[in-house]
Design a protein around this ligand. Sequence first.
Ligand code: PHE
Ligand code: ZN
Length: 879
Amino acid sequence: MRTESGQIFKLGDYRPTDFVVERIDLTFELDPAATKVVSRMILHRREGVAADAALVLDGDELTLDGLQLDGNDIDPAGYAVTPDSLTIRALPESGPFEITVSTTISPETNTTLMGLYRSSGVYCTQCEAEGFRRITYFYDRPDVLAVYTVTVIARKDDAKLLLSNGNFLGGGDYDEGRHFAAWFDPHPKPSYLFALVGGDLGMIEDSFTTMSGRDVALKIYVEHGKEARAAYAMDALKRSMKWDEEVYGREYDLDIFQIVAVSDFNMGAMENKGLNVFNDKYVLADPETATDADYANIEAIIAHEYFHNWTGNRITCRDWFQLCLKEGLTVYRDHTFSADQRSAPVKRIAEIRLLKAHQFPEDAGPLAHPVRPQKYREINNFYTATVYEKGSEVVRMIRTILGAEDFRKGMDLYFERHDGDASTIEDFLACFTDASGRDLTQFALWYSQAGTPLVTVSTDWNEAGKTFSVTLEQSLAPTPGQSRKALMHIPLAYGLILPDGREFEGQPHGGEAGNGVFHLTKRKQTFRFAGVPERPVLSINRGFSAPVNIAMEQSIADLAHIARHDSDGVARWQAINDHATRSLISAARLSRDDRKLPSVAELAEILIATAADESLEPAFRAQTLTLPSESDIAREIGGNIDPDAIHAAREAVMKEVAHAGLETFAALADSAPTGPYSPDAEDAGKRALAATAMAYASIAEGWPDRLKKAFDAADNMTMMAQALQLLVYQFASAEETREALESFRARFADNPLALDKWHTIQAMAPGAKSYDRVEHLLAGPDFDRTNPNRMRALVGAFSAGNPTGFNRADGAGYRLLAREVIAIDKRNPQLAARLLTALRSWQSLESGRQEHARLALVSIREAGALSADVSDIVDRMLP
Ligand code: PHE
Ligand code: ZN
């Protein structure tokens, strides 16, 4: 483990390496405790670099066994070595030379899940961002692109299958009991895309013919016996390959594409060239054990990693500050893929919900950072919602500003100009400027300024003059390290909806606008429309065209008008959601003062009408019926948060809606499709509607019967998990709930992914008592701290997904998190740091909880011997 070194890396300090690596030949002799790695590199000194400049390579916890220059041992005086660096002096001034580095590493004791490690007996690697340096000394940075040849040798009984990047060269018997396989990847790549897998796995196979007629073998490896559960992932892969050809003209470039699913993984998946490694949660699915949401995630992540082949692998990042160059863009690509495969408005609504739930709080708290950070202490801590999700929104805005055609031209230019490069955001933006003629200088601030802009909107209707004007004003609050902000270019899609529901088509004066978009570029701008026949209602930030907060005094009647008439489905949802948010905020305020809550009859009427409106997609109705979450309400309130008051208010509002619409909800609760399960968007939407309706119906009935029946009758995990969750949330102490939990656990005793759900459902049960349940589960026989999925399912779900339980007034939830973070940090710093970010909004709590949270953070800081990952997060969170 790397402990805190205090070193800060800065964007402005970028400098190319002194030496160029042309090729690297790696040989691995796999062994659980002592794997031998021999790396032979062909290098040359970069032009203009001083003759006495040394070659300085990165390492992490390495021991050097041998070092040669052109086949001869280097004299100890000619180099200096530590566990984290190797410096070689006296190298040839010109021409290529060969350096051979030998190291021995121990996969079985590597608990960080970075570098070469073992997961359920399978050897696997994770090298992004800086894991390759845990395998051998190398220039472990993304701008060093080399051609790799990899030979893997292993005992046949230890690793039957031997995989690496690129195309298969050959293999066979090696010596007594051992065999080997050799792989060659012709595409120069950075070290973070290196991968190796060794083990005994099952496989499913298919093939894809590319648009130029080349056949690509597709293979997905999973644990023996789980092959059938990889079928959906394979289907998603083929659809992704086809989509990237059709939408971006991008074709796959090797003879083989392989995916390996492992059970111990720090993130979702990894785009290693030609050999993706996945958290098995995002590969394995069957109706009995995976929910519709799991299927949708698998589709999205398979697509995401595949799309990286062009946006990330063929064009990579110059340095880690440019992470959003590959991640924001690739998220954007997987979002549009899913939108094309499913319902576009429903997909967009889910994205907005996610962005607001994860990225907005990040931007509003102590961990705020720009989409392209300017400095970091630990790069692992920058795989964030800001880099990924806001990074995707920024790309989406480029498309909004340029229009579809010029956006595609810009992307084509990017692929043409930068294929094979390690690029920057400046390179990327220049392609769109050059393709469209549009100046993006001001727009580029989205990459460098942190924080969510606030746009204040006011309107003015002049009845006599038939003019309507819209005044927009932008502001951006200070964030850590950025006290003064410049004015941004904010593209706001809008519509003016007339009383009869038609849209006013005229163009405004007073600022740049076009194609239904206001371009807000100054602090304050007024857009004037003339010849408007009647007072219109303004629909603003349609489709969430910009990731901003909007402040506008809009009457409930106007929101209802938008909800009824807006041509944009997302805007219709947004209007209802805004209405619900308002009701919930005022209910939360009253609940805190122990005052009686006013009726929400108007909101109930809209929700019930939407639920029953068969002209709308079921998935859309389900989204609309899902009230803003407790965290959503807390975020909108902003400060001095009392999670209990918010919970009570939301319960009360749901209850009133449930009683008012019981008949409708009860009927819909039984409307899930029958017959064979299909994960497609249409059936999933129907299940989502039934599941949401079931929540309301059982609240109104006040009795667990319906849920228990639904649980017992469920023939798929979507409905089963929903019924179980509602039993646990609504009827925590009922006998039915105890029975259901027990039967679920027994049924899925040997299915870790299903057992994760069992833990998560209990971890998220509202109320102070859930703390005891979590402690009980942590001590239980099913709990395994070494497995990241299980840790996230219990500790992660409790701390990030249970506002009332985690934020217990006595601070016990925070102390639990601190204790677990300190313990897991010793094994897996990345996981520990990520779990800790659950406290990122601690300063917005009321003062009592705030003090408990602060003390928990201090206790971590004082625990000592922290990893760089955890100390970076703690130091940024504590002022
Ligand atoms: N690059 C991966 C992705 O987004 C994420 C990842 C980062 C995985 C770091 C592992 C380690 O697709
Ligand atoms: Zn990615």
